[in-house]
Design a protein. Sequence first.
Length: 164
Amino acid sequence: MLLLRTGMRIGELLSCKVEDIDLYEQKILIYQSDKTSVGRAVYYSEDAQQALLAWLRVRDPRKEQLFYGRGTNPLSYEAARMRFQRCLQKAGLQYSGYTLHCLRHTFATDLLNARMPLECLRVLMGHSNLEITRRYARLSDKIREEEYFTAMARILKGAPDEDD
């Protein structure tokens, strides 16, 4: 749920410590991005907050990492991938081709289709280049259709452009 609602890279989530989370502001601090080495804050929704709180109630409070493996080791990428595959299997989606990284694409697409500005989405995803963000997010046909008719209505009414 955190991957889906924050757009974090799997490596960023696996290296996340409990102290990096601000439950009150529903925010996770990433001090150094896996790809860009730049820090950022990501935010998460109410459903992710509920899932996180449920996990915090049952996780070992002595562990530093939010998600951990055996002993003092953080949860590995392979272990996270296998857990994700089990979830897909329970949902009957084991042959869907979904991966942990697909959640990052879904995050970007969902926010873009909810009309989040691309520049804001770029910062949340930790991209240094807007073109990379564009590759992640896809406008739905419905949003494109709505935007077309909204713009066309302004044109036909003779409404001046904001820059005029």
